[in-house]
Design a protein around this ligand. Structure first.
Ligand code: ATP
Ligand code: MG
Length: 376
């Protein structure tokens, strides 16, 4: 570990080197219940990683431990190879943005931004230059003289971002930073944040419980539930190859059917649904063995009802059309399939695609690789 004035400082990590590390981290607030159970996570420099999960799953707790406001009950958290317990907070180089961004109301915007630099004992002219750069970065250069109350919600959020970036941190933590904004502004800010982070090469840990936000912004997403990472993967892998029922259900729209595994042949599982019908799927979860109960997951856009397009030899299911919704670019149809009347299919609107009618009886099918047999 490198030292400066007798204090350990961050090592210079190269790109691709591990920068942020959680190793077997546990956290309990009351000495009894673990709210973070066994967290293992490594991030290279420059990565934009999102922690996504339901309320109470431990996301903020993980961020707080990384920031140093909470300490881990067990395990180790490292930054640039150095255990953060040994790094004083002002040397961690972490910028933070939270949902209630708490700009100081009695200070101007420029003073708000200057504050973290004063704390770091930076000289006046350098401070002014950095504040100007940070304001320009979020396109708020003309607003330095105003007070927070004189800005819109989106502008305040931009200032909060500038304040987190003003001291050029290597790592930025953001906890639901866009939660208070309307949809349109959110989408604009999502784009700005990811652009800034990538252009500046900042490593970012972003927390949200909005799955669309997670999928569109991130290099990788860690899906949290019950104090554990259920899956950690890039957005497309997460959506297309969920590893368990929780992730399949939590990310994107998903159809579920339940049954028993009859056999597994050549990597394809034959599953008998509870109403007796047979389907073909990919055995994904470890628990999928002959005789075991399973829950299968199939995305709405992977279901086919045009007989000519159904692959020969695969099993098909009878379905009754409950509802047909014309959405312009796609048709969204709700079916009753094997007793599940919330089965959704999505079809691209094209001249050759039949518009279904409620009450109509159809046959549906899919490629076995698009149907995933998961934990029951
Ligand atoms: N300071 C605290 N003292 C005691 N328990 C806490 C404290 N902070 C959080 N908890 C508990 O720890 C668990 C995880 O909380 P955490 O805030 O990390 O969840 P989260 O995933 O950020 O949820 P949300 O999406 O609602 O923000 C919850 O059960 C919560 O009640
Ligand atoms: Mg939280």
């Amino acid at each position: 570990m490198r030292e400066e004035n007798g204090e350990p400082v961050l090592a210079d990590a190269n790109a691709n080197d591990v920068f942020v590390e959680f190793e077997r981290v546990q956290k309990s607030y009351d000495g009894e219940n673990l709210v973070v159970k066994d967290l293992n996570l490594t991030m290279p420099k420059g990565e934009f990683l999102t922690m996504l999960g339901p309320s109470g799953s431990g996301k903020t707790t993980c961020l707080m431990m990384l920031a140093g406001f909470e300490t881990a009950t067990h395990g180790d958290i490292r930054l640039g190879g150095t255990s953060i317990n040994n790094i004083p907070p002002h040397k961690r180089g972490i910028g933070m943005v939270f949902q209630n961004y708490a700009l100081f109301p009695h200070m101007t915007i420029a003073e708000n931004l200057s504050f973290p630099l004063e704390v770091r004992k930076m000289g006046k002219s350098e401070r002014e230059q950095k504040v100007k750069n940070a304001l320009d970065m979020v396109e708020m250069g003309a607003f330095g003289g105003r007070r927070p109350a004189q800005l819109s919600g989106g502008q305040q959020q931009r200032i909060a971002l500038a304040r987190a970036l003003v001291f050029e941190p290597e790592l930025v933590l953001m906890d639901e930073p866009l939660g208070a904004l309307d949809k349109q502004l959110r989408e604009k800010m999502q784009f700005e944040i990811t652009n800034l982070a990538h252009n500046l090469g900042i490593t970012t840990v972003y927390v949200t419980h909005d799955q669309t936000e997670a999928l569109t912004m991130s290099d990788r997403v860690a899906v949290f539930d019950d104090g554990r990472i259920q899956q950690l993967d890039p957005p497309d892998t997460l959506y297309e190859q969920p590893k368990n029922s929780f992730v399949a259900q939590f990310i994107g729209e998903n159809n579920t059917l339940e049954g028993v595994v009859k056999e597994i042949n050549n990597g394809i599982a034959l599953v008998q649904l509870d109403d007796g019908e047979l389907i073909d799927c990919m055995p994904v979860h470890d628990s999928v063995i002959p005789g075991a109960r399973t829950r299968v997951s199939i995305r709405p856009e992977r279901v086919e009802y045009n007989k000519e397009r159904l692959q020969e030899g695969v099993h098909t299911l009878k379905a009754e059309v409950m509802e047909f919704i014309y959405m312009g670019d796609i048709f969204r149809t709700r079916l009753n399939v094997a007793g599940n009347d919330e089965f959704i299919i999505k079809t691209r609107n094209a001249p050759d695609v039949e518009r279904l009618k409620p009450g109509q009886q159809i046959e549906i099918g899919w490629l076995p690789e698009d149907c995933r047999a998961l934990d029951a």
